[in-house]
Design a protein around this ligand. Structure first.
Ligand SMILES: O=C(O)c1cc(C(=O)O)c2c(n1)C(=O)C(=O)c1cc(C(=O)O)[nH]c1-2
Length: 244
């Protein structure tokens, strides 16, 4: 029977989470094209502009988790994620670093802040992530951030491959990816601890795999939308004269 099944041990459960790497957006064809130097400037610009919406939504997502969390110790820890992105006096943070990435690929700050390049499907996917964090128990929402288990590899791969393929990108643009290498590892340590403590029964553990899949779907869907717009050159309303 469903409830009679043994829970996975912590090590087994962590292994199951790590196996989800197979669906990480590092394997999306758009990321593969970007990684192998096969996209042109407008594609990189489109990706940077659309991802900006994700970057600016992450602190809203983390604030929603904190708003639902009665545990002071957890909040003391979790607040660092908001500071990482929003910055603080003397330490500008990830959103500023992403704006510099925008400038390094030839976009203005105004273009990023105005969302003028933001595709509706990317917006829907990112909003679904923030909405999930607002509605779910804080432990569940917290564990959905665990796609970050796989993020240092993708950040490192950009640092390794992009300067050769895209020499026109100004070097200061890479600070964001460098900064995230250590931040993501630290976030994952805390996120894993929460998830491994919270999901105890086998049914709960399996539910956690679905939560992680939801987050993988968010990331994958963002790239599907960008693929349609920038690779297939079929942005929304392309056959009826473009967006109003
Ligand atoms: O560039 C990427 O591929 C990537 C992926 C992810 C992720 O896996 O969610 C994050 C980030 N970057 C990132 O920079 C970041 O700050 C971040 C926060 C979170 C989160 O869910 O709380 N994911 C990610």
């Amino acid at each position: 029977m469903e409830n009679d099944r043994q829970p996975w041990t912590r090590a087994e459960f962590e292994q199951k989470l790590r196996e989800k790497e197979r669906y990480y957006h590092i394997h999306h064809e758009l990321h593969q094209l970007m990684h192998s130097g096969q996209v042109d400037k407008p594609v990189i610009q489109g990706w940077v502009a659309n991802r900006f919406y994700y970057q600016t939504s992450i602190p809203l997502k983390d604030a929603a988790i904190m708003a639902n969390c009665p545990d002071r110790e957890v909040r003391r820890h979790w607040i660092q994620r908001i500071i990482d992105h929003d910055g603080t006096q003397g330490e500008e943070g990830g959103i500023e670093a992403w704006l510099q990435l925008g400038e390094a690929v030839g976009l203005t700050r105004e273009a990023l802040w105005s969302d003028q390049h933001l595709l509706p499907g990317v917006k829907f996917a990112v909003d679904a992530y923030v909405d999930f964090a607002r509605r779910q128990p804080w432990e569940v929402a917290a564990s959905s951030s665990l796609t970050e288990l796989f993020a240092p590899t993708i950040h490192q791969s950009r640092l390794d491959a992009w300067p050769d393929h895209y020499p026109w990108i100004e070097p200061q643009g890479y600070a964001y990816f460098r900064k995230r290498l250590s931040e993501a590892r630290r976030d994952v340590e805390h996120g894993l601890e929460i998830a491994l403590d919270f999901y105890r029964t086998r049914a709960q553990q399996e539910r956690m795999l679905e939560v992680l899949q939801f987050k993988l779907d968010v990331l994958w869907t963002m790239l599907d939308c960008m693929w349609m717009a920038y690779i297939a050159k079929r942005p929304p309303y392309h056959n009826v004269g473009g967006r109003p």
